[in-house]
Design a protein around this ligand. Structure first.
Ligand code: SF4
Length: 253
């Protein structure tokens, strides 16, 4: 037993505490943290099992064809997301749930986490919201608060393509009269929200259709083309596999 003096907030009471020093191996310091990490990893595994192989994921729209074809084939990641990345995903998903709950309370939420599937793609719409007589399709993106400084100068084309793909797919399957398609950015630090309209981009329809037609051609054997965005390989979950099988990805780029 070790005797330790603690400074207490009430300086009039000089208290002497005795603290039993527990063996590290008996009790980990980060009890909650390791339990949460474990829970998040379990949730992610469950989600992964639910992600059916055999279809392209709409959430990967606009990104490297090769990566998307491997995902479709159900090939396990060579560089799976780290615990930190999974925690970032989890906080995003918790915020989405919270916002969807609030929209539901206001009776404006027509669709929530609605799964869409066609012969070669699968994904889900985050929300279709009624605003007056209009319907708006939303895709939520949780980001760092610093991102808000750049939002007016930058377009996240892959997010635009994802949301527009949902728009096209819902048109085929549900036929909703959607007036606008928006990305709703959510700051994970202070829950600042910013909506950006995808339909403001005049070439979006052409770009999305070309993306999906081209990936089908690549899958059928057309020469492989590298990713279009310079950050893709750095964040790719197939980075090692790609490097081993295709060569130096950075040289290809
Ligand atoms: S590492 Fe780069 S080139 Fe290779 S699959 Fe991933 S994104 Fe595509």
């Amino acid at each position: 037993m070790e005797e330790i003096k603690f400074r207490v907030w009430d300086k009039t009471r000089k208290v002497m505490y005795k603290k039993e020093i527990l063996n590290e191996s008996e009790l980990s310091k980060d009890v909650i943290s390791s339990l949460i990490d474990e829970a998040i990893r379990r949730d992610e595994q469950r989600r992964d099992e639910q992600k059916r192989a055999g279809k392209f994921r709409v959430s990967s729209s606009g990104r490297c064809y090769h990566m998307r074809i491997w995902e479709k084939q159900g090939i396990p990641y060579s560089d799976p997301p780290s615990s930190r990345t999974l925690r970032v995903f989890a906080i995003g998903s918790a915020l989405h749930d919270w916002i969807q709950d609030r929209l539901q309370e206001r009776h404006v939420l027509l669709l929530r986490e609605f799964e869409l599937e066609d012969e070669f793609r699968i994904g889900h719409i985050d929300a279709v919201v009624r605003s007056g007589s209009k319907l708006i399709l939303y895709d939520f993106k949780t980001v760092h608060s610093k991102k808000f400084f750049y939002l007016s100068n930058e377009i996240d084309i892959q997010y635009f393509m994802q949301a527009y793909t949902y728009y096209l797919m819902q048109k085929e399957t549900l036929g909703l009269n959607i007036s606008d398609v928006r990305i709703c950015y959510i700051s994970r630090d202070d829950m600042l929200l910013r909506e950006v309209s995808v339909l403001d981009m005049p070439t979006i329809d052409e770009m999305v259709k070309r993306d999906w037609n081209e990936i089908l051609e690549v899958e059928r054997g057309k020469t492989w083309v590298g990713p279009k965005m310079d950050w893709e390989c750095d964040y790719c979950f197939y980075k090692t596999k790609c490097k081993n099988e295709i060569g130096n990805i950075y040289e290809i780029l």
